[in-house]
Design a protein around this ligand. Structure first.
Ligand SMILES: O=P(O)(O)OC[C@H]1O[C@H](O[C@H]2O[C@H](CO)[C@@H](O)[C@H](O)[C@H]2O)[C@H](O)[C@@H](O)[C@@H]1O
Length: 279
């Protein structure tokens, strides 16, 4: 297919993880984040779409392994729509764990399972406009109402970093008052219910599918709990490979990854190289 060669992980654990995935694809799971990993980061969250090579690469790889799962902070239905994941030959068994695992979309049923909206989210929705007005730190910030959570973005603020810092304390106070937590991300602070994160979601999925080797790829702070799950599995003798979709905005993942690739383009290259190696 003319893909780029399979890169070599820089750590021994990563090399073992990759070797295990290649030698036991029937039990291997590939888990990926959406924004920043499969979809390039763009200023307007509503304009984010999967990299044009992402779905074809996933559709090549998925039939060669046990399963592919997307683990995202997006509402599951939004990730499916922006990703173009529905009705794709090869992705008939795809699962999308949305809202940090609170929602689940299954390609087989094409339906979303989700819990009731947390009352704190309803209260924050009502209070937020006046709250932002009062603290005066909102200019240029943009509110994304995600249904089961509310995200405040600063990427398009005049000074994104300063706006992020100015909003962090007050939004944490607001979240505390309504029994919510603040999920920090790339120029975004999200107020959402506690009790679920990408680590819990991934661990439950891997248990449910009796997964063997696992590759996890992510780019943002919300992916760190999923990284921790792979690290814990490795400590227990289960192979895994940690991939960072590299950016200059977040450095924490690169420091813990076995392999850093060049953003979504690099992730697509990696998926194609894996599909080639398993052909
Ligand atoms: O878990 P993910 O799939 O990585 O989703 C995390 C958040 O991604 C989105 O925000 C990020 O991407 C936007 C579009 O590229 C960008 O403008 C923003 O600065 C990023 O933080 C999304 O809007 C959030 O709802 C997700 O939780």
């Amino acid at each position: 297919m003319g893909s780029k060669p399979l890169p070599t992980p820089v750590t021994p654990e990563g090399r073992d993880g990759l070797a295990a995935l290649l030698s036991d694809p029937a039990h291997s799971v590939v888990a990926l984040d959406f924004d920043g990993t499969l979809a390039p980061i763009v200023p307007d969250p509503d304009s984010a779409r999967a990299h044009p090579g992402a779905v074809p690469a996933l559709a090549r790889l998925a039939p060669r392994i046990a399963s592919v799962v997307i683990v995202t902070g997006r509402p599951a239905a939004v990730a499916v729509r922006y990703g173009g994941f529905a009705g794709v030959p090869g992705l008939e068994h795809l699962v999308v764990l949305g809202m940090y695992g609170a929602e689940r979309w299954d390609a087989r049923s094409a339906t979303v399972q989700a819990p009731a909206v947390h009352p704190g989210v309803i209260a924050v929705r009502a209070e937020l406009p006046g709250f932002l007005e009062r603290i005066g730190a909102w200019r240029g910030a943009w509110v994304e109402d995600k249904g089961r959570a509310i995200a405040i973005h600063t990427r398009r603020a005049e000074d994104p970093q300063a706006a992020y810092k100015a909003l962090s304390g007050p939004l944490t106070e607001l979240a505390d008052r309504h029994d919510l937590i603040v999920e920090p991300g790339r120029f975004v602070l999200e107020l959402r219910p506690p009790g679920m994160d990408k680590g819990v979601a991934l661990a439950e999925y891997l248990h449910e599918t009796s997964a063997g080797p696992v590759l996890y790829a992510g780019d943002d702070l919300g992916d760190l709990p999923a990284f921790a799950v792979i690290e814990k599995r490795r400590a227990d003798g289960l192979p895994g490979l940690l991939v960072c979709s590299g950016s200059t905005e977040v450095t924490e993942l690169a420091a813990r990854a076995d392999l850093v690739v060049d953003g979504p383009e690099g992730v697509v290259d990696l998926l194609n190289a894996l599909a080639d190696a398993l052909s």
